[in-house]
Design a protein around this ligand. Structure first.
Ligand code: NCD
Length: 353
C-alpha cells in the first residue's frame, strides 16, 4: 500500500527556502519555474560545465536501507556543477552496525550543517520516516524517496520530460495528452508522486494499467487524481490503452516492499515488448533501475526512438540542480545571464524577461 507523507510542509509559492518532502508543496507556477531553471542549468552544463552559485553550501546524503544510483548521483553531479560539496554518510560506516538508528544519524549530520544554507538529501525504506527526520533537524531536508510514500524530485524530472516534449510539439498540448502508467502501481512512490504532479501540470487523461490485480493502484491514488480533475481509466488491457497513449511510464515490481512468495507471482508481468507496442506511437518512460532478471522494457525497445529513458534520467541532474539553487534563494537563469550563457527563448519568457 502506498502512503501519503504526514504533515506536508507549506507550499513554496515562489519561496523555495523550505524542506522538500512532497509534490503537494508545488504550485503549477513553482513547477514551471523549476522546469525553466532546469533548462537554464542544462544550458550551463552544456556551455560551461559549472556555475559557482552554491559554493558556501555542503550537502549531506543519507540513503538508509535502500540503494540508489540515479537519484543520489544526479544530485551529486548537480551539487558539484554548482560549486558546492557533498558528504555521503554511508550507512555501512555510520554506527548503524552498532545499532545506531537513522534518526540519530541524521541528527548527528545536522550538527555539522548550517540551517538555511546546507541540506540533507535523504532516502528511507519506510514511508513517513523522512518527514520525521525533517521534524528533528534544523537544516533543510530533501526527500529522495520515502518508502512507498513519495519521491518528489523524481516527479519534477518526469514532468519536465513531458513538458519538454509538449513544448517541442512532439506531443499535443498538455490538456490533450493521454499519460499511461504500466507496472507495479501498488508500491511505486515514483507513480505516487508523478501522477498527481502531471495532473497539476494540466494533463487531464490518466490511464492506469496493472498487469496483475496485486499490482493495481491503491484506491486513494485514483481518487486523488479524479479530485484534481483528471479522467482516470483503470484497465489490464495494455494494447488497447497503449494505442491512444502519448506516454507509457513503465515501472519495475518493487521487490523490496513485497513478500517473496507474493513477488514470484509478478515476475515477467511488467515487461513491455515490441509486439505490445505494434500499434502504439507512445514515448516510453521509466524511472529506472530495471531489474535485469525481470526486465520492464524489452532490449529491442530500449534501442527504439520511442524509448526516452536516457533523456528522462538526464533531466534528473538539471531539475535537482534547479531545486538546490532555488532552495538557496538563487536563480540559475539570472546567474547564467551574468555569465553570458545563451538561454532558450522559452526560458527567458518564463522568467519574465
Ligand atoms: C525509483 C525509486 O527509487 O523510487 N528509482 C529512482 O529513484 N531512480 C523507482 C524504482 O526504484 O523503481
Amino acid at each position: 500500500m502506498l502512503h501519503s507523507t504526514p504533515e506536508v510542509p507549506r507550499q513554496f509559492n515562489g519561496d523555495f527556502s523550505a524542506d522538500f518532502l512532497s509534490v503537494e508543496q508545488l504550485t503549477p507556477r513553482d513547477l514551471a519555474t523549476l522546469h525553466a531553471e532546469a533548462d537554464a542549468f542544462q544550458a550551463v552544463v552544456t556551455q560551461r560545465g559549472r556555475l559557482p552559485l552554491l559554493e558556501n553550501s555542503v550537502y549531506g546524503t543519507v540513503f538508509w536501507d535502500s540503494l540508489s544510483t540515479r537519484t543520489k548521483h544526479s544530485f551529486e553531479f548537480a551539487v558539484k556543477r554548482l560549486g558546492a560539496e557533498v558528504v555521503d554518510v554511508l550507512q555501512a560506516v555510520s554506527s548503524s552496525g552498532k545499532g545506531e538508528s537513522y534518526e540519530s544519524t541524521v541528527e548527528m549530520v545536522d550538527a555539522w550543517m548550517v540551517p538555511g544554507r546546507d541540506a540533507l538529501i535523504t532516502r528511507h525504506n519506510k514511508a513517513g520516516t523522512v518527514a520525521r527526520a525533517a521534524a528533528l533537524i534544523d537544516a533543510y531536508v530533501i526527500n529522495a524517496g520515502d518508502g512507498t510514500g513519495e519521491h518528489p524530485t523524481q516527479a519534477v524530472l518526469d514532468t519536465k520530460t513531458v513538458r519538454s516534449y509538449s513544448e517541442r510539439g512532439l506531443v499535443p498540448p498538455m490538456d490533450e495528452v493521454n499519460f499511461m502508467f504500466f507496472g507495479d502501481l501498488a508500491h511505486s512512490r515514483a507513480a505516487n508522486s508523478t501522477a498527481p504532479l502531471l495532473v497539476d501540470m494540466g494533463i487531464r487523461t490518466i490511464t492506469l494499467v496493472a498487469p496483475h490485480p496485486g499490482l493495481a493502484a491503491p484506491r486513494e491514488l485514483a481518487a486523488k487524481l479524479r479530485r484534481s480533475g483528471a479522467t482516470v481509466t483503470e484497465t489490464d488491457d495494455f494494447q488497447a490503452a497503449a494505442r491512444s497513449a502519448h506516454f507509457i511510464y513503465g515501472m519495475r515490481t518493487q521487490r523490496e516492499f513485497i513478500p517473496p512468495e507474493e513477488y514470484s507471482e509478478y515476475v515477467g508481468k511488467c515487461l513491455i515488448t515490441p509486439e505490445m507496442m505494434l500499434e502504439s506511437q507512445a514515448r516510453i518512460m521509466h524511472p529506472l533501475p530495471e531489474n535485469e532478471e525481470d526486465l520492464n522494457i524489452h532490449p529491442e525497445l530500449r534501442a527504439d526512438a520511442r524509448c526516452i529513458v536516457k533523456e528522462q534520467a538526464g533531466n534528473g541532474q538539471s531539475t535537482r540542480g534547479a531545486f538546490l539553487a532555488l532552495q538557496a534563494g538563487k536563480s540559475i537563469i539570472r546567474a547564467a545571464r551574468q555569465y553570458g550563457i545563451e538561454l532558450p527563448s522559452h526560458v527567458l519568457q518564463t522568467a519574465g524577461e
